[in-house]
Write a protein that binds this ligand. Structure first.
Ligand SMILES: *Cc1c(COP(=O)(O)O)cnc(C)c1O
Length: 426
């Protein structure tokens, strides 16, 4: 890390917990202090020293078009001309809502919020209010933001730091959340048998992206749909990562499964803070002021965020983009796999469209237990070597690699060559 980043990080640690506003950013699990970033463009980031990195974090998912896409920047600056926040309804909100309802198969009505966390928190509250039940089922290693009900055996930073649950969440509330192994319908059947009439919702990342990428096995999502339907339980797809990422309509479109509620975030904000939750009209119409389930937000539907999201989704309307992203992603991940084989390092790659991850193991990674059983310690020297070669990966083995439209073959070829060097040193 450069001198300026080091100075800033020291100061930041005095007045911001860990020096960061989101824990994984601090780089503790890989033992590397984070470079401070000054600007971004396309697939690149620049740190305080002006060092340029190839970015595979993409702001943890939102930047599917790459940084500073001209149409997104234009939309934000056009919106800026008219002010930054009104706290009143706008046409921009309606446009983005329309776009989401038209694109995400199960969503008939949608409410904008300011983050993925707010989206899952609100969807869980709505499910509880609608069913008049208190318990929820989630899956180990899935991350649904830091709302109290889902922060049990969670992925992302919780997986990175090996934290099973967080102090500050009342045990009485945590008790209402059952966490089960991802991909285990049997576990779900058992839990439903025991607690069925008390369970409001099953919430799942249809493609898990917060314990590294883990794909649903054939029949898993279909099975969840069936079990929940039979037992009056709502099925919530947390598509905060997968929405507009694995296909425009998210994983539900890819696998052709209709959840009752869907959570969105990341891409739909085009790099500004946005989340949304939506779904069946009979459920969504229970939200205030139509219904009495309360949820609100001072900055919800913020005009700049709506403009950035809309510009992004307008570009993603062109389905050919997903073909291009798929080709790019196949090129990168098959190249990484070949490089590892050539270097004599065992890796398993899990990938869905332009999100994927590599695990240091020979066994399939199908759930949180198998993800944690990989040789995660090998990720540390790999990460360090890649960073030294100015490839910016997530500072944790339990996160996804994201590819944007701005990643071209030449850049990815360079990445693969660097990865080969890094693998050889392991
Ligand atoms: C990132 C993420 C969230 C939380 O979104 P924030 O905007 O960080 O609050 C929720 N669910 C999933 C699947 C995510 O990846």
């Amino acid at each position: 890390m450069g001198k300026r980043s080091k100075e800033l990080f020291l100061k930041a640690q005095e007045i911001i917990p860990g020096g960061v506003n989101s824990p994984v950013r601090a780089g503790r699990s890989v033992g590397v202090d984070p470079p401070f970033i000054r600007r971004a463009d396309g697939c690149y980031l620049w740190d305080m020293e002006g060092k340029r990195y190839i970015d595979y974090v993409c702001s943890w998912g939102p930047m599917i078009l790459g940084h500073r896409h001209p149409e997104v920047i234009q939309a934000i600056s056009d919106a800026l001309e008219n002010g930054t926040s009104y706290g009143a309804p706008t046409e921009l909100e309606l446009n983005l809502a329309k776009m989401i309802v038209e694109t995400v198969p199960s969503v008939e009505m949608v409410r904008m919020v300011n983050s993925g966390t707010e989206a899952t928190m609100s969807a869980i509250r709505l499910a509880r209010g609608f069913t008049n039940r208190d318990m929820i089922i989630k899956f180990d290693g899935c991350y649904h933001g830091h709302n109290d009900s889902s922060l049990v055996s969670a992925g992302s930073g919780m997986a990175t730091f090996g934290i099973p649950g967080s102090p500050g969440i009342p045990a009485d509330l945590a008790r209402l959340s059952i966490s089960l192994p991802f991909n285990s319908l049997e576990a779900v059947e058992k839990a439903v048998e025991k607690f069925g009439a008390q369970i409001a919702a099953v919430i799942v990342e249809p493609i898990a992206g917060n314990m590294g990428v883990v794909l649903p096995e054939e029949g898993f999502l279909e099975g969840l749909r069936e079990i929940t339907k039979e037992n009056g339980i709502l099925l919530i797809f947390d598509e905060v990562i997968t929405g507009f990422r694995v296909s425009p309509g998210g994983a539900q479109e890819l696998y052709n499964i209709m959840p009752d509620l869907t959570c969105l975030g990341k891409i739909i904000g085009g790099g500004l803070p946005v989340g949304a939750y939506g779904g069946r009209k009979d459920i969504m119409s229970q939200v205030a002021p139509d219904g009495n389930i309360y949820q609100a937000g001072t900055l919800s539907g913020n005009p700049l965020a709506m403009a950035a999201g809309m510009a992004t989704l307008m570009i993603l309307k062109n389905k050919e983009i997903y073909t291009r992203l798929e080709e790019k992603s196949r090129f990168l991940f098959s190249g990484l796999k070949d490089a590892a084989v050539k270097a004599g390092v065992d890796i398993v790659i899990n990938r869905a469209g332009s999100m994927g991850s590599l695990f240091f193991t020979t066994s399939p990674v199908v759930d949180f237990t198998s993800a944690k059983a990989t040789n995660a310690s090998k990720y540390i020297p790999f990460y360090k070597e890649m960073l030294a070669q100015r490839i910016y990966l997530a500072p944790s083995p339990f996160e996804s690699i994201f590819i944007s439209l701005a990643h071209n073959e030449e850049i990815m070829k360079k990445t693969i060559d660097f990865a080969f060097n890094a693998f050889k040193k392991l």
